[in-house]
Design a protein around this ligand. Structure first.
Ligand SMILES: NC(=O)c1ccc[n+]([C@@H]2O[C@H](COP(=O)([O-])OP(=O)(O)OC[C@H]3O[C@@H](n4cnc5c(N)ncnc54)[C@H](O)[C@@H]3O)[C@@H](O)[C@H]2O)c1
Length: 324
């Protein structure tokens, strides 16, 4: 089966490509390398292009036949989305419309979409289930929720079937392949902490220690990137087997505070990892923990790397490998 992986040179997309290959699919990556890396894509599988380029997209769909599209390409920084909302609506919304238009014209009707926990905003209660109220608090979250709505409308209009997967905090690295998390600039907690252990930063700044949590720091739900990928494969197979559209949360259902994550990183790296306490960041909810019961029940998803120490160990062994 031929799968177009848009954004497949990025962190999560590149792990997805490895998973697809090992599951017997034939993935082709479409990526503009704005934040992705050509070294993270197996040879011969990268088509460099931008979702803003409608002509190029038409050409890709005219010259290949795809059974489904998986869409990982977007800008991902919440803070930047507040500063530069148009940049986010342009790439995450308008450019995704280009992709959907090309799919409609080529009659490709299976779509797996990277959504986010940010569609829930500050939850009324945790763990968060898929029917919790949706009230994003920043342009990034809004841009993802808009596309979720567009997908529902395209389903009514031309029969698009989609899996909307709302990830919590992706983390870790592939235990066997030479790929891992390499955002630039890095905005994710675990790689930033590991940069301190590698001597690339002096300390880690914790944004607020006066939240209503046991140690005062924010609590988040970390999911290993390979467990994310396996969930995508289950959703993809289900769509290809004719199932209805679906929406699932993806997390482990266990929350860890920032202090706890730092402590695990200290144990794994043997480095003291100095901490400075900064002020709260606007729009950071105290606690975000997923209920992933629905995907466990409906698709039989089972995370292999649920334990935070294992997640950090896989990240550390990749980051120690040095610059690519
Ligand atoms: N990392 C997380 O913890 C997390 C959490 C929730 C949701 N998500 C979502 O998962 C997806 C992947 O995230 P990631 O961490 O792998 O990010 P990433 O930045 O590593 O990957 C995004 C990829 O998309 C490509 N891209 C961006 N705009 C493009 C365009 N216009 N045309 C072609 N390619 C383009 C980039 O070059 C990059 O390779 C994103 O949609 C993100 O919103 C990520």
């Amino acid at each position: 089966m031929n799968i177009l992986v848009v954004g497949g040179a990025g962190y999560i997309g590149s792990h997805m490509v490895q998973e697809l290959i090992s599951e017997g699919f034939d993935p082709l990556v479409f990526d503009n390398l704005s934040t992705g890396h050509s070294w993270s894509v197996p040879e011969g599988r990268l088509l460099q292009g931008d979702l803003a380029d409608r002509r190029k997209l038409r050409e890709v769909f005219a010259t290949h036949s795809f059974d489904a599209v998986m869409h990982f390409a977007s800008f991902i920084q919440v803070g930047e989305s507040v500063q530069e909302p148009l940049k986010y609506y342009q790439n995450n919304v308008a450019n995704t419309l280009n992709l959907l238009e090309a799919m409609r014209d080529a009659e490709v009707k299976r779509f797996v979409f990277s959504s986010t926990a940010a569609v829930y905003g500050t939850p009324d209660s945790v763990p968060i289930s898929e029917d919790s109220p949706l009230h994003p608090e920043n342009p990034y979250g809004h841009s993802k929720l808009m596309i979720e709505q567009v997908l529902a409308d395209c389903e009514k209009a031309w029969g698009l079937r989609s899996a909307r997967l709302r990830y919590f905090n992706a983390a870790g690295a592939h235990p066997d392949e030479a790929i891992g998390e390499a955002h630039n600039p890095e905005s994710h907690l675990i790689p930033i902490i590991l940069q301190v252990a590698l001597g690339q930063r002096e300390f880690i700044t914790v944004n607020g220690d006066d939240y209503p949590t046991p140690d005062g720091t924010c609590i988040r739900d970390y999911i290993h990137v390979c467990d994310l990928a396996s969930a995508h494969t289950l959703a993809l197979r289900s769509l290809l087997n004719g199932s209805e559209s679906m929406v699932f949360n993806l997390g482990n259902g266990t929350g860890y505070s920032i202090q706890e994550v730092i402590e695990v990183c200290r144990e794994v790296t043997g480095h003291p990892i100095p901490v400075k306490i900064g002020t709260r960041r606007a729009g950071d909810p105290a606690t975000l923990v997923a209920s992933s019961e629905k995907i466990t029940r409906e698709l039989g998803w089972k995370p292999r790397y649920a334990d935070l120490r294992t997640i950090v160990e896989t990240a550390w062994s990749w980051h120690k490998g040095g610059e690519r």
